[in-house]
Every structure is written in structure tokens, then in C-alpha cells.
Design a protein around this ligand. Structure first.
Ligand code: GN1
Ligand code: MG
Length: 363
């Protein structure tokens, strides 16, 4: 705690820090809530950035600064109220302009203003999903004309061909001898591989563009206000050029799952079509003016792609001996793999319904 206070002292906070406590359940970075004694001073979020995953911190924070600056400018121009709750605000360090600080052990830290009276959820109802859809469509729309060129903070992050290649490498190395027990999943993954790589294929053919996307639209990366409206989107580490399928698909993967991402009970895991419909309605309302027919036409594909990709990523990590995702127990990544695969199967069963709903919504 003293160490954390020492870290905080390098940032341009206001007020007297009176507490630092762990916050949230992200699988990648470590987050803390920093409280201040005075009523007028905001609270803050302190984060240690995962150096194993984010190797170019300058690029990472550069992207985030560009995105928050651009969104703030748009909100100001539109005279939106309560802007400080609608876009993240990162603090510069005391002796410079950078928004991160390196400690003596080589850890990188950053701080942002804590958004008061906001809630995050790991499950949402259709009404909230509708607002979330509108918010992500709007997020992409606001970033459509960002003047900065964003870097790829994690190269090939949502590149399905690359994720399959990583899985193949994991299988070839089989460092923990786990391949034999997961054969069934490997076969199921292979059967779908060429369909699931169609985004990369369409991009090579020159018909599918990259746009600035959030790329981690898990439902718990959204802040909601007291009325269930979305205040803002958080966790901007992975904001980078990608296909729109990223944001659409990853939200549905998390919010549209009737069970948990790591649910050990397959009976709990199904794809919720009410959530699908509400989210898609919101998303199309704010995004259809810039979406191409090839993007709209492939939204059902996107809904399947993300459980599939996450299944591939969890499985590769399991085979590699759990080096990427934080785990709570030894089989955790395998349990996650199973749950994502069950979700994928449920999404696949709804393929035609999804088509019809989208056709109806855009008519
Ligand atoms: C990670 O940081 P966090 O926990 O929100 C991961 C996402 C995965 C997600 C699965 C940088 O997100 O891509 O979808 O876990 N982020 C990174 O829960 O790999
Ligand atoms: Mg997160």
C-alpha cells in the first residue's frame, strides 16, 4: 500500500490519497481504486500495465491519448453534458507530459480519473444491450475521422489466421503433454477454420476495410449510469485498426451468453437471441450509415467468430501451460475452452434467425 502510494505520488492527482484497494477482475492488467480524502477531489484508478502483453507502452498510451482526445473533442463540439463521465481522462506524470510512469523494477503504471456513480455488469438485459449496441456503433462512428494513425498495440490481435497458427504451434510443441486430451476440440476447430478466416480473406480481396475499433467489447468494459444508459467504454488498451466484427462479435460473446465465460456447467451456456436482437438494433441504428453491405451481411458470422476465436485462444493457452491468461485453478483454461465452444454451437444453431432479424432491422 505504501509502495502504491509512492507510485501514485508521481502523477498529477488532486487531493490527499487515503486508500488504494484492488479493483475489478480483468485478466490482463492489475487495477486499483485510489480514494482521496477530500469531497471535491475525484477518486482515481491506478493500473499496472501488463508488460508481457503490451511491449510498446509508448504506442499503447499514444493510441489511448489520441482516442480520448478525439472523443472528448467530439463531445465538446456537440455540447454534451457530463463529459467527464463519458470519456476517460488519463493523468500526466508530474515531471512531464507522458501518461505513464516506470518504476525501478521496470513496471509501467498509469492513472485515470475514476468515473463516479457508474456501474459495470457481467450480465445485462435486452434494454441495456440496446444501449450498448448504440454506444459501440457511436464509438466507431466518432472514431471514423480520427486524424491520428493508430498503431497495432498487439499485432494481429483479432486475426483469425494468426490465432489458428498460434494454436498449431502450441499443438506442435505440446510442452505439457495436454494435446491428447483436447483432440475433440482441435478437430472441431479445424472443421470450421476456413469459414472462420473469411474476414482476412475478404480483406485480401479488397472488399472489407479496417476501421478503428475497440477490440475488447466485453460487456464489463462498459460503464452504465443509474438509468441503464451507457456512459462510456473503458479498457482502451486494444483500440486499434480491425474489422467491425471485433466489437460487434465480442460484445455478443459476453452479453449474449446465458452462462459465464468460464461456466463449468454447459447447460447454463446458450446464446440469448433477445440480447442479440436488442444489441443489433442499437448497433445498426448508430452504425448503419457508415457500414458497408459486406459488413452488415457478415454480422451473423461475427457472432460466431468471437466464441470461436476465444475458444482457440483459451485452448492454445491451456496447451502452452497457461502462460497468457490469469487462471484460478489448474483446468481453468480448459473449462473456458469448453464453455466458449458450447456457446459457439448455440450461436451456430441460430444462424438463420440472426439473418432474418438483421434483414428485418435494416428494411
Ligand atoms: C482479455 O483484459 P481483459 O480481461 O478485459 C483479453 C481479451 C479477451 C478476454 C477474455 C489484451 O481481456 O482479448 O477477449 O480477456 N485481452 C487481451 O476474457 O488479450
Ligand atoms: Mg477488460
Amino acid at each position: 500500500m505504501n509502495d502504491l502510494k509512492y507510485i501514485v505520488s508521481h502523477f498529477t492527482t488532486c487531493g490527499t490519497v487515503d486508500g488504494v484497494a484492488p479493483l475489478g477482475a480483468g485478466l490482463i492488467n492489475d487495477s486499483y481504486r485510489v480514494t482521496t480524502a477530500e469531497h471535491v477531489s475525484p477518486d482515481y484508478v491506478l493500473q499496472r500495465i501488463n508488460r508481457e502483453i503490451f511491449t510498446d507502452i509508448d504506442m499503447l498510451q499514444g493510441n489511448i491519448e489520441a482516442v480520448t482526445r478525439h472523443i472528448r473533442g467530439k463531445l465538446e463540439a456537440a455540447h454534451v453534458d457530463d463529459i467527464d463521465r463519458k470519456v476517460l481522462h488519463f493523468l500526466p506524470v508530474c515531471d512531464g507530459t507522458k501518461t505513464y510512469w516506470r518504476d525501478d523494477d521496470g513496471n509501467y503504471w498509469r492513472m485515470m480519473v475514476f468515473i463516479p456513480r457508474a456501474k459495470t455488469y457481467s450480465t445485462v438485459n435486452p434494454q441495456y444491450s440496446y444501449h450498448a449496441g448504440a454506444a459501440f456503433g457511436n464509438f466507431e462512428a466518432m472514431l471514423a475521422d480520427i486524424p491520428d494513425t493508430l498503431g497495432e498495440t498487439i499485432p494481429n490481435f483479432h486475426n483469425m489466421e494468426f490465432r489458428l497458427q498460434q494454436l498449431h504451434e502450441a499443438v506442435a510443441n505440446d510442452v505439457c503433454g495436454r494435446v491428447a486430451e483436447v483432440r475433440y476440440y482441435l478437430d472441431e476447430i479445424e472443421r470450421r477454420a476456413s469459414y472462420m478466416c473469411r474476414a482476412e480473406q475478404l480483406h485480401r480481396e479488397g472488399v472489407l476495410p479496417r476501421r478503428v475499433c475497440h477490440c475488447d467489447t466485453k460487456v464489463d468494459n462498459m460503464m452504465f449510469d443509474e438509468q441503464g444508459r451507457v456512459l462510456c467504454v473503458i479498457d482502451l488498451d486494444t483500440v486499434m485498426p480491425s474489422f467491425v466484427f471485433s466489437d460487434y462479435g465480442d460484445f455478443l460473446r459476453t452479453a449474449g451468453n446465458t452462462g459465464r465465460e468460464d461456466d463449468p456447467d454447459m447447460e447454463n451456456v446458450n446464446f440469448d437471441m433477445e440480447i442479440f436482437e436488442a444489441f443489433t438494433r442499437g448497433y445498426l441504428e448508430s452504425a448503419r450509415h457508415f457500414l458497408l453491405p459486406v459488413e452488415i451481411g457478415n454480422l451473423p458470422y461475427a457472432a460466431a467468430l468471437f466464441p470461436y476465436m476465444q475458444c482457440v485462444r483459451f485452448l492454445a493457452d491451456y496447451i502452452n501451460g497457461d502462460t497468457y491468461y490469469k487462471i484460478q485453478y489448474p483446468m481453468h483454461n480448459l473449462v473456458r475452452t469448453r464453455a466458449q465452444f458450447k456457446l459457439l454451437q448455440s450461436v451456430e444453431q441460430h444462424h438463420d434467425d440472426m439473418r432474418h432479424i438483421i434483414d428485418r432491422l435494416i428494411r
